[in-house]
Design a protein around this ligand. Structure first.
Ligand code: NAD
Length: 384
């Protein structure tokens, strides 16, 4: 299988390429295409990255080549990591609608090129933010099941880790998923959590202790207060801000820790690449695996008795040809409320750049135009 990384010379793209090679996910007979932009410093940096990767990993690197135009992209799996990110500085925010408007033309250019020149079988992993917009644009052009956003998988790995830390266990003993919109609008699906070695009653007791009587109905307010507090504390002592996060409940830490990491200037490239390469490994492995991802839904699942459509992070079965089924059996009432509210906020961002909810596949709608896109300020970006 061949892989293309769009935005390869960026912080996330570079880490994805490095981890793909270092973890030997791709055999030497595969091709890893490093995709940059023909204009500006990106072309130079992409060629430079190729040389650096060969310098470091020649013995076990796959074949490496460079592409600088969307119509040159050829691969079985495409990682979309190109485009702008939110400012990695304390106190500087960017509305999600602004990020959407800025990255829409990037998403459209690759969607159009893949629809016209692709094999018709590529699977796309969307990393770039807003992840849900990238999924909507790609799903319209290529078909819903070939496109998955990795934000919910990264949030899921973080949730499992935070639960494991609180319970004094290793992460591999924890199951469970995060859905919703990537970033501060995520939905920790507490009802899906499983802990190996604990029976149902023991698990219920353990999770009740961790949740401290809170429900997801107060989660958005907690996140906003946490960000405010962290900004104040980190202004004098960044170490103390990270320590403070450690005293909070696990689901709040899932949002607060990466937010603090991104705004510290370090960004979250390593963790993001780790989750992306994990998904790639699953795709290349050929077996069906349950992961969480942002996907374009079309009534294949119901929440709270209502069919769910639109782009949203949910647990899905992922195999070599993309995702197939949604596995969200009985979310708790507060999860249903937050999932549908999150979906509505995603809809609002999509509507802001001229995209409706219909994401039926190539036949359902043409690749949208970005003419309708403009700056807005409804929802803070905060996606990391
Ligand atoms: N989903 C997640 O969990 C997650 C986590 C972290 C970052 N992100 C997102 O990933 C994206 C990349 O983040 P980053 O930190 O690497 O940013 P970055 O600024 O370091 O890199 C972005 C790269 O994209 C390139 N680029 C821009 N337009 C392009 C185009 N049309 N074709 C090819 N390359 C193009 C730029 O030249 C740059 O090299 C951002 O949108 C960011 O918000 C997502």
């Amino acid at each position: 299988m061949d892989v293309a990384v769009l935005g390869a010379a960026g912080d996330v793209g570079r880490q994805v390429c490095t981890q793909l090679i270092e973890r030997r996910v791709l055999p030497t007979s595969s091709r890893l295409q490093l995709v940059g932009r023909a204009d500006g410093p990106s072309a130079r940096a992409t060629h430079g990255l190729r040389a650096d990767l060969i310098d470091a990993y020649d013995e076990h690197a796959p074949l490496l080549d460079v592409a600088l135009r969307p119509d040159e992209v050829v691969a079985d799996v495409i990682v979309l990591a190109a485009g702008r990110t939110t400012p990695a500085q304390p106190g500087v925010t960017m509305p999600r609608t602004q990020l959407a408007a800025d990255n829409l033309p990037v998403f459209e250019a690759y969607a159009q090129a893949l629809a016209e020149h692709g094999s018709g079988h590529e699977v796309v992993i969307v990393v770039s933010n807003p992840v849900e917009l990238g999924v909507a644009v790609m799903a319209r052009a290529l078909g819903r099941h070939r496109v998955i956003g990795m934000g919910a998988w990264l949030d899921t790995l973080r949730f499992r880790r935070e639960l494991a830390v609180s319970l004094g266990l290793r992460r591999h003993r924890i199951g469970g998923f995060v859905g919703g919109q990537h970033g501060e609008d995520l939905v920790p699906l507490w009802s899906t959590v499983r802990i190996s070695g604990l029976d149902v009653d023991e698990r219920r007791q353990a999770l009740a202790g961790l949740r401290r009587g809170r429900t997801l109905d107060t989660f958005s307010g907690e996140v906003a207060r946490a960000q405010e507090l962290l900004t104040q504390v980190a202004a004098d002592d960044p170490g103390a801000a990270f320590d403070l996060i450690g005293s909070w409940p696990p689901d709040l830490r899932v949002v607060a820790r990466p937010w603090m990491t991104h705004t510290s200037g370090a960004k979250t490239a390593n963790g993001t690449a780790n989750a992306t390469v994990g998904l790639l490994d699953t795709l290349l492995d050929g077996r069906d695996t349950v992961v969480a991802g942002q996907v374009a839904l079309c009534d294949e699942t119901t929440v709270g008795g209502e069919p769910l459509d639109g782009v949203l992070g949910v647990p899905v079965v992922l195999g070599p040809e993309g995702w197939t089924r949604v596995l969200l059996d009985e979310p708790a009432p507060d999860e249903v409320r937050r999932l549908t509210a999150s979906r509505d906020r995603i809809d609002a961002t999509l509507a802001h750049v001229g995209l409706g909810r219909a994401v039926g596949g190539p036949a359902a709608a043409a690749v949208p135009t970005h003419a309708a896109a403009g700056a807005g300020s409804a929802i803070a970006g905060g996606v990391s």
